[in-house]
Design a protein around this ligand. Structure first.
Ligand SMILES: O=P(O)(O)O[C@H]1O[C@H](CO)[C@@H](O)[C@H]1O
Ligand SMILES: [Mn+2]
Ligand SMILES: [Mn+2]
Length: 402
C-alpha cells in the first residue's frame, strides 16, 4: 500500500499562463504576472528586505524542481533557484475560466469547472437589489455597507467605524466570483455572521457565485484585525473528484486547512484546521500517523491571504522561505511508498498591479515518484497521478504520467 500527500501552496504561481491576457487586475491584463519569478527577482535585487534578506532561499523545493518549473513555465530563470532537480517536476496549466481557489482546487482534483462563474460588476452598487434585500432580511438590518469591489483590509479601514455605529454588515466582492461579508465578532456576533452567510449561500450559488465568505474581525477603528474564524460557503464541486475516488475505494481522506470548505466536504472523512504554522504541524502529524492507502489533501492559505492580496513582497518571500524550511523537515519522514506533491491553485503576484489573483501556471513538484520532468501538464493530471499512485480508479480528463 501507499499514501499520498497533496499540498497546495495557495497562490504560488510560476507565470506563463497562455490565457493570462483574458484575466485582469484593475483593468490591466495579467500577461507577464509571475508570483515566484518576481519575488525571486525582488529578493535578488535587495527589494524584499523586510524581516528577511538576500536572494530567495528555498533549497528544498528547488531541489524538487521549483526553479526548473519556473523556467519551463515562463522561459525565464528565477534568481537563486538553480538547483538540478532531484524530484519529479513540471508546470501545470489551468483551463477553467476562473483564477480563484475553487476553480484551481477542483481542477487539481480532476474536474475543470463545467460552468461560467457569475462575477459582480465593478460598479457601486455592485450587488443587485434582491441580494442586498436578502442580506438585510437575514441580518435584520436596514442596509448594508460597502456594496463594491475591494480588498478586505481596505474595506475595514473604509467601513469598519460605520459598521460599529450602524451594525450593518460590510459586503464586498473582488475579481473572483465571491460575495464577502465582514462583521465585528463581538459587536455583530460571530455566530450571527456565520448564520447570515450560510443562509445567503443557496441564493448566490443559484446565481453561480462561487462562494459566500464570512470575514470576521475584531478591534477598534485604526486597529481592526481579521480573525482566523473566516468561513467559506462554496458551491459543491462537480463530482466525482479525487477525494470521492479515494473514499469510494475505502481510503481515509484527511483535509488540512480550508480544503473541506473548498470542496464542500466532498469525499472528506476528517478535517484539521488552524493558521499555517498549525497546518504544518498537522501535516507533520499526518505523515507520522495517517494509515496506509490514505489521501491527505492540504492547503496553506497565508501566501495568498496575508501577502499576495496585500502585495507584500517581503512578507510573501518570508512565507516561502518558512514553508520551504518546514517541508525540508518533513521530507525525511516520508516512508517508502509515500508520495508528496506540492503544487498551487493560481497566482497572486505581490509585485503586480491591483489586489486580485493573477492567472498563472503552477509548479507540480513530487517526491516519492522518482526523478525527472513531467513537462507541461494539465491541472487535472495531478489528480490522475495521485490516483495512479494510490492504485485507485479515476475518471475525468486527467492523465497519469510519466
Ligand atoms: O481581500 P480579501 O478580503 O482578503 O479577499 C480575497 O479573498 C477572496 C477569497 O480568497 C478573494 O476573492 C479576494 O477578494
Ligand atoms: Mn487560492
Ligand atoms: Mn485569494
Amino acid at each position: 500500500m501507499t499514501r499520498a500527500f497533496l499540498v497546495v501552496m495557495d497562490s504560488v504561481g510560476i507565470g506563463g499562463a497562455p490565457d493570462a491576457a483574458e484575466f485582469f487586475n484593475d483593468g490591466t491584463p495579467d500577461t507577464g504576472a509571475n508570483t515566484v519569478l518576481h519575488i525571486a527577482e525582488a529578493c535578488a535585487a535587495g527589494r524584499a528586505e523586510d524581516g528577511r534578506t538576500g536572494p530567495l532561499h528555498m533549497p528544498h523545493l528547488d531541489r524538487l524542481g521549483l526553479g526548473a518549473a519556473v523556467k519551463l513555465a515562463c522561459g525565464t530563470p528565477a534568481p537563486g533557484l538553480d538547483a538540478t532537480p532531484q524530484g519529479l517536476w513540471g508546470a501545470a496549466t489551468e483551463i477553467s475560466h476562473g483564477k480563484d481557489t475553487p476553480s484551481g482546487h477542483w481542477e487539481l482534483s480532476g474536474r475543470p469547472v463545467p460552468w461560467e462563474w457569475h462575477y459582480f460588476p465593478v460598479t457601486v452598487p455592485a450587488f443587485p437589489e434582491a441580494v442586498t434585500r436578502a442580506v438585510c432580511d437575514l441580518a435584520g438590518t436596514d442596509g448594508i455597507l460597502g456594496n463594491c469591489h475591494g480588498s478586505g483590509t481596505v474595506m475595514l479601514d473604509r467601513f469598519g467605524a460605520e459598521h460599529l455605529k450602524t451594525g450593518w454588515p460590510i459586503c464586498y466582492t473582488s475579481a473572483d466570483s465571491v460575495f464577502q461579508i465582514a462583521a465585528h465578532e463581538e459587536v455583530f456576533g460571530l455566530d450571527r455572521l456565520l448564520a447570515l452567510c450560510e443562509g445567503l449561500a443557496p441564493m448566490l450559488h443559484e446565481m453561480r457565485v462561487g462562494r459566500v465568505i464570512a470575514r470576521p474581525f475584531l478591534g477598534s477603528p485604526g486597529a481592526f484585525r481579521r480573525t482566523p474564524n473566516r468561513r467559506d460557503y462554496a458551491i459543491a464541486p462537480p463530482q466525482p473528484i479525487l477525494t470521492d475516488w479515494a473514499q469510494a475505494a475505502g481510503r481515509h481522506v484527511l483535509a488540512i486547512g480550508k480544503i473541506g470548505d473548498i470542496l464542500s466536504m466532498t469525499g472528506i472523512d476528517e478535517v484539521r484546521k488552524g493558521d499555517d504554522a498549525t497546518l504544518m504541524a498537522h501535516l507533520s502529524d499526518a505523515i507520522d500517523s495517517q494509515p496506509e492507502g490514505s489521501l491527505t489533501f492540504a492547503n496553506f492559505v497565508e501566501f495568498d491571504s496575508l501577502w499576495g492580496h496585500r502585495r507584500d513582497v517581503s512578507g510573501y518571500a518570508r512565507a516561502l522561505e518558512w514553508f520551504d524550511a518546514g517541508i525540508g523537515r518533513l521530507l525525511p519522514k516520508l516512508r517508502d511508498g509515500d508520495l508528496i506533491c506540492l503544487t498551487a491553485d493560481h497566482g497572486n503576484d505581490p509585485t503586480w498591479i491591483g489586489t486580485d489573483h493573477t492567472r498563472e501556471r503552477v509548479p507540480v513538484l513530487m517526491a516519492g515518484r522518482g526523478a525527472g520532468t513531467l513537462g507541461q501538464i494539465a491541472f487535472a493530471d495531478v489528480a490522475a497521478m495521485i490516483a495512479d499512485h494510490l492504485g485507485i480508479p479515476s475518471s475525468g480528463p486527467g492523465r497519469s504520467r510519466p
